[in-house]
Design a protein around this ligand. Structure first.
Ligand code: FES
Length: 172
């Protein structure tokens, strides 16, 4: 805890105030003992363990991943970072390198979300279409090629980077 706070316990017969400098503790007032804990910065209040929101591999809440577009994140390993995109179909989420197989320097999501037509991802440059499950190009100049898959998983309503090539995910 960075700043102390005053905790007052009023039992009706007795009132006791203490200045608290720790994240948790106890205050005695009369016969009552009140245990407290504070939560800040995403840390669990009761045991000091990190919550999932502190997990460096957490990318986003599942609900925040669009079905009609994509969400950009960076998969990082040390000083190396790879631009990636997330896309959701129902409760299923898939991630790929943000790069078109036709011209790898062209991102599918140029920063405003990739085009999704029907259930297919569409490259804005020459119109290549990709399956949302496996990233295979079904139509366009790179038909038969596939997007570079990035391993992710959904756990407790959040999406996590599980690809062993990377150690953490960062949102832009
Ligand atoms: S750069 Fe994507 S289809 Fe040509």
């Amino acid at each position: 805890m960075s700043d102390p706070v005053d905790v007052t316990v009023d039992t009706g017969e007795e009132s006791e105030s203490v200045r608290v400098h720790d994240d948790d503790g106890e205050v005695d007032a009369g016969d009552a003992t009140v245990r407290f804990s504070f939560s800040a910065g995403g840390r669990a209040a009761d045991d000091g363990q990190e919550t999932d929101s502190d997990d460096p591999r957490r990318i986003a809440a599942l609900d925040a991943v669009p079905t009609d577009s994509t969400l950009v994140f960076e998969a990082r390993d040390g000083r190396r970072g790879v631009d990636c995109i997330l896309h959701r179909s129902g409760d299923a989420v898939a991630a790929w390198r943000n790069s078109c197989p036709h011209r790898p320097e062209v991102p599918l999501d140029p920063g405003r979300g990739a085009i999704v037509r029907g259930d297919q991802l569409v490259c804005h440059r020459h119109g290549a279409q990709f399956e949302p499950e496996d990233g295979v190009c079904t139509h366009g100049p790179c038909a038969g090629d596939a997007l570079d898959s990035i391993a992710v998983a959904v756990r407790d309503g959040d999406v996590y980077l599980t690809d062993e090539r990377f150690e953490r995910a960062e949102r832009r």
